[in-house]
Design a protein around this ligand. Structure first.
Ligand code: FDA
Length: 393
């Protein structure tokens, strides 16, 4: 093994947060080494947003993040905003567009974002070591000593930027939590988030709708999202379901409003206006055919509206607006876009991401217990937290 190389900071992980932190710190004159066990940087960036990277969201605000401490993200998000990242994207001549709900994507390819971050790192003379699994991290006399592959490096600052365990086939691990625990930081129980939910038991019937999508409002634990839901061969997915999955825990129900556009009382109004109509035909006009059929069957209302008591119609309307699913589970880390939970924020400074009790130790990005909604929020957290740490190393 070589004798140690010396740096001002070692960044573990060449994802969005690690690259942002390294580039900014390098340009502030710090000698930075980035270590990653993958052979290339930013693998999650490359596959993000269907290959076009939804790199930020113009609606970024702290209430779009989940954390045991909802205030923790405020400082970093305020100091490095979606507009700051957009200015960087534009300075690199990357064409972009707003898709919907403030979500910004590259016109071309997510590769441009990785190339941009690597160019920023090159401006800061950042050194890289890829394909190097970290074998040990020690701390003595105010210096961190990291062994990875055949190299040993030392620095007074160490940045944990190895993300969470979602999508292990891309090289994702729970390594951040091991290092955090090694240094006495607490970890909020990690769990898959932005993940499809599975249906079992009586609700497994809905799996026969695999491939059917509809605009709905999905709700769980006080959060609600009006977007598309998609039935799959294992249960439910689509943006509305992915969003509520972050709030879901085993045993909690997910409520779905299949007709969020209808005003309360619409079914009684329909009875007055079209007394000969049946629920099946009304739903068929408003929802994909197979979904309309399944819901009608489950409600069990076949008579003409005129021959159905108001009370029964009101019950049916309520059920359609608040259909309760009891998911049997989620598709787990193999399919989860992010990991919720992570390194507990109470041990970190919200201004610098520095560990309060271990001088020189920082944690950034998805490794930390801050998880964004779907739609560019997670990258914005990676950029903002990486930038915040870079100001302090
Ligand atoms: P990230 O996981 O990106 O990087 C961690 C790095 O650490 C990796 O390079 C990994 O190889 C390395 N590493 C891990 N363990 C290691 C070890 N033991 N030793 C050395 N290195 C190690 N978000 C968003 O805002 N918009 C979007 O469009 C999408 N799209 C999307 C699609 C898909 C399929 C996924 C899985 C995720 C998204 N996301 C997203 C989420 C987003 O990708 C994620 O939140 C950020 O990439 C997190 O950035 P980090 O840098 O914190 O971790």
């Amino acid at each position: 093994m070589d004798s140690p190389s010396f740096f001002d900071a070692i960044v573990l992980g060449a994802g969005g947060a690690g690259l942002m932190c390294a580039g900014v710190a390098g340009q502030r004159g710090r000698r930075v080494l980035v270590i990653d066990h993958n052979d290339e940087p930013g693998r999650k960036i490359l596959i993000s947003g269907g290959g076009r990277c939804n790199f930020t969201n113009l609606g970024t605000a702290p209430d779009r993040y989940l954390s045991a401490n909802p205030h923790f993200a405020v400082s970093a998000l305020k100091r490095y905003t979606a507009h700051d990242f957009l200015a960087l994207v534009e300075a690199h001549g990357i064409a972009w567009h707003e898709k919907t709900l403030g979500q910004l994507f590259c016109d071309g390819s997510a590769r441009q974002i990785v190339a941009m971050l690597m160019a920023e790192c090159a401006k800061g003379d950042v050194s890289f070591r890829f394909g190097a699994p970290v074998s040990s991290v020690d701390h003595a006399d105010g210096r961190f000593r990291v062994a990875a592959g055949e190299i040993v490096a030392e620095a007074p600052a160490l940045v944990i930027a190895t993300g969470g365990p979602s999508i292990p086939k891309l090289g994702a691990t729970g390594f951040a939590y091991d290092i955090a625990r090694q240094f006495g930081l607490k970890v909020v129980e990690p769990r898959p988030a932005l993940v499809p939910l599975t249906l079992g038991g009586d609700e497994a019937l809905f799996r026969s709708l695999s491939g059917v999508a509809a605009p709905v409002e999905a709700r769980c634990a006080g959060a609600g999202f009006r977007e598309a839901a998609l039935f799959t061969h294992r249960g439910m997915s689509g943006p509305a379901i992915l969003q509520v999955s972050s709030y879901w825990r085993r045993g909690r129900e997910v409520a779905v409003d299949f007709l969020p556009q209808e005003a309360p009382g619409w079914l009684l109004a329909a009875k007055r206006e079209q007394p000969r109509a049946r629920l099946a035909s009304l739903l068929d006009r408003r929802l994909p055919g197979r979904l309309a059929e399944t819901l009608t069957e489950r409600i069990g209302l076949t008579a003409e509206l005129a021959n159905t008591p108001d009370r029964i119609l009101s019950d049916a309307e309520r059920r359609l607006a608040d259909w309760r699913f009891n998911p049997s589970g989620s598709e787990g880390y193999a399919k989860a876009e992010v990991t919720a939970g992570g390194i507990a924020t109470d041990g970190l400074s919200s201004r610098t991401m520095a560990a309060r009790k271990v001088p020189g130790l920082f944690a950034v990005g998805e490794a930390v217990d801050v998880t964004g909604w779907l739609g560019g929020y997670n990258f914005q957290w990676a950029w903002a937290s990486g930038w915040a740490a870079a100001q302090a190393i």
